[in-house]
Every structure is written in structure tokens, then in C-alpha cells.
Ligand binder design. Structure first.
Ligand code: SAM
Length: 261
């Protein structure tokens, strides 16, 4: 006789909050609007809340999951010709290896959301679009405008690569166990490569990190190790400005001015 399927106990260390609200699940899948032949990869399929409805609309789906118990369940439930299961850590995963024109989706583990977003930003050239569930507060930071309290390193580095839109907010009751905070669905679409072109992207990343290091300080202090006041002024940036007052284009212009000097 086959063993009855044991109930899965959600693991906090893997950020497991499973979607249980059918209406929310349907709304997410509609927002993704999968077409049969799309190349889709889901991060953290868990108990399959999104995996199953996605597979109803797709010929094939890739998933990346770290929890071995959940991987075993997925193997039992879905045939390998429909679902390719990549066992391991999405933070190390080479998304480009799956192919180009990728659609990346997932109700992401919130405990690693920021490093995961930075990791994914590196694959923008292989991506068509991404749809994620994240903490609402993180989504608000991603899409924030310069000059607002939410505008920070995450906003600059992601807005450099993607056009982003917050689609809708999801309350804690849509999950089991319920998280303590509201969540939101965000769509990311890579910007054309020519839109904003930092000649040295590593330098851009370092500058932005330093600029927001102490966000109340003026840029002439936070950026002292990269550029003096005259250099800031020459790049069209007020040395007395604070990090949150600059837009993405300002950071790119400054990085390019320093890359050539
Ligand atoms: N998609 C499911 C849902 O919506 O109900 C589960 C979402 S749950 C918030 C996050 C999922 O990501 C879990 O299945 C968890 O095991 C998985 N996960 C956590 N850390 C991961 C990592 N580093 N790499 C891949 N998957 C991870």
C-alpha cells in the first residue's frame, strides 16, 4: 500500500509561506499570461500552488527548489517531460543556462529576496520578463522615485536594468502560514541595453553602495574615496546633494565620468 502523503511543515529557514488563496493564485497566473511555448522558470515551487496552474497553460516548465522534501513531492506529482526540476539554491543558479527569452516567476522566499534580486539582475540579457511576489515594502523600494524615503540602492540598481511596475497587493491571509506583512506582485521587464549604458557596471555598483552607505550624509562625504567636489560638479552633481536626490541617470553619468578619468 502506498504511504499516505504527510503534511508538509513549513520551514522558516527557507522562507516558506505557501499560497492558499485561489483568487490570488488565479490573478497572478493571469498577470503572467503564459503562452504554451513560453520558456518559464519558477523559483521556489513549494507545494505547487503556482506550478500546477502554470502547467495547465504551458507545454513545459522549469522549477528551482532547495527543499528536498518538496522536491520529492514534485517528482511524484509531475512527469519529467512537463516539469524539469533543478535541485538547489536559486542564489547560485545559472539562469542563462536554460536559454534566452526567459520568463522568470515565483512567490519568492522573503528571507533572501534582496540578494536574489541582485543575482537575477545579472541575467537581464537572457530574460523577457519576471513576475514576483515579494514583501510589499521591498516592492515599494524597487519602484520608488528619487527624492522619496523608499528610494535606495535596490531602486537604483534594479531601475538601471528593468522597467518595473507594482501590480497588486496581497494580504497575509492569502498564505499559510501567514506572513506578518503585506505582500505585492511586481513585474520587471529588462530595459533595452542602450537605454542606460554604464561603461563599468562594477564601478556603478560600488558608487551606489557607497552613496547610500549613510543616506543622511552629503555625497561629497559618502563618495570621498571615488571623487572630489570638483569631480562631482564636473559631472553635473551638487556635492551637497544626498544619495536619494539623484536619479539612475545621474549615477550612470557619474560612473561614466569616473570610468574615463
Ligand atoms: N511557490 C510556493 C507557493 O506560492 O505556495 C512556495 C513559495 S515559498 C514563499 C518559497 C519557496 O522557495 C519554498 O518552496 C522554499 O522551499 C523555496 N526556497 C527557499 N529558498 C530557496 C533557494 N535559495 N533556492 C530555491 N528555492 C528556495
Amino acid at each position: 500500500m502506498k504511504e499516505p502523503i504527510k503534511e508538509h511543515r513549513a520551514r522558516k529557514r527557507f522562507g516558506q509561506n505557501f499560497l492558499v488563496c485561489r483568487g490570488t493564485i488565479a490573478r497572478i497566473v493571469d498577470a503572467i499570461a503564459p503562452r504554451r511555448e513560453d520558456r518559464v522558470v519558477e523559483i521556489g515551487p513549494g507545494l505547487g500552488a503556482l506550478t500546477e496552474p502554470l502547467l495547465e497553460r504551458l507545454d513545459h516548465l522549469h522549477v528551482i527548489e532547495i527543499d528536498r522534501d518538496l522536491i520529492a513531492r514534485l517528482h511524484d506529482r509531475f512527469p519529467p517531460e512537463r516539469l524539469t526540476i533543478h535541485e538547489g539554491d536559486a542564489l547560485d543558479f545559472d539562469f542563462a543556462a536554460i536559454g534566452g527569452d526567459l520568463r522568470v516567476v515565483g512567490n519568492l522566499p522573503y528571507n533572501i529576496s534582496t540578494p536574489l534580486l541582485f543575482h537575477l539582475a545579472g541575467f537581464a540579457a537572457s530574460v523577457r520578463d519576471m513576475h514576483f511576489m515579494l514583501q510589499r515594502e521591498v516592492v515599494d523600494r524597487m519602484v520608488a522615485d528619487p527624492g522619496t524615503a523608499d528610494f535606495g540602492r535596490l531602486s537604483v540598481m534594479l531601475q538601471y536594468r528593468f522597467d518595473m511596475e507594482r501590480l497588486f497587493v496581497v494580504p497575509p491571509g492569502a498564505f499559510n502560514p501567514a506572513p506578518k506583512v503585506d505582500s505585492a506582485i511586481v513585474r520587471l521587464i529588462p530595459r533595452p541595453a542602450v537605454a542606460l549604458d554604464a561603461r563599468d557596471e562594477a564601478l556603478l555598483a560600488k558608487l551606489v553602495l557607497a552613496a547610500f552607505g549613510q543616506r543622511r550624509k552629503m555625497l561629497r562625504n559618502n563618495l570621498r574615496e571615488f571623487v572630489d567636489e570638483a569631480g562631482l560638479a564636473a559631472a553635473g552633481i551638487a556635492p551637497t546633494a544626498r544619495a536619494e536626490e539623484l536619479g539612475v541617470a545621474d549615477y550612470v553619468r557619474l560612473a561614466n565620468a569616473l570610468a574615463t578619468s
